[in-house]
Design a protein around this ligand. Structure first.
Ligand SMILES: Nc1ccn([C@@H]2O[C@H](COP(=O)(O)O)[C@@H](O)[C@H]2O)c(=O)n1
Ligand SMILES: C[C@@]1(CO)OP(=O)(O)OP(=O)(O)OC[C@H]1O
Length: 158
């Protein structure tokens, strides 16, 4: 078994879609990034790459590569899944916490879990996603950005 952690932050700006967990969430601002800036998917990818001692998302999918411009991060998650399988591992479980003052994410959490479980080829019961405000404290609380922390456990494939 291997354990990994992931952490990602993206800035909230005007004229961008808010995409979290592969879901387009209606909001007056969205996350800024070279890709679609899916802060949850990026943190999950980093946790898996971390568990495998394969570095990080920027090493595998550099923001200097124009082919990743505005890319759907679910495609990058699928590539990370393939790397994990090549290394002989499968998902044990993934636990995530998204820090966002707004918008309310609870209505979207179940769909996000389904998306992650589908791409990671695991049961939905192995994916947990939580949301928290930061009680208006810090950059998330001031709605300057959204952060996500993830811990994953990988199991050897039999
Ligand atoms: N963006 C968010 C933040 C929180 N939630 C849900 O509200 C609950 C209470 O939040 P606290 O920050 O006061 O702990 C939290 O447990 C989430 O269920 C949310 O949906 N969207
Ligand atoms: C995903 C990549 C690549 O498009 O771009 P961003 O959307 O800027 O995301 P970040 O979390 O900074 O991680 C790595 C990048 O290489």
């Amino acid at each position: 078994m291997k354990i990994g952690i992931g952490y990602d932050v993206h800035k909230l700006v005007e004229n961008r879609k808010l995409i979290i967990g592969g879901i387009h969430i209606p909001h007056e601002r969205g996350l800024l990034g070279h890709s679609d800036a899916d802060v949850l998917v990026h943190a999950i990818m980093d946790s898996i790459l971390g568990a495998l001692a394969l570095g990080d998302i920027g090493k595998h999918f550099p923001d200097t590569d124009n082919s990743y411009k505005d890319i759907d991060s679910m495609l990058l998650l699928a590539k990370t899944y393939n790397l994990m399988v090549e290394c002989g591992y499968e998902i044990g479980n993934v636990d995530c916490v998204i820090a966002a003052q707004r918008p309310k994410l609870a209505p979207y959490i179940d769909s996000m879990r389904e998306n992650m479980a589908r791409v990671l080829n695991t049961d939905k019961s192995n994916i947990n996603i939580k949301a928290t405000t930061t009680e208006k404290l810090g950059f998330e609380g001031r709605e300057e950005g959204i952060s996500t922390q993830v811990v994953c456990l990988l199991k050897n494939r039999d």
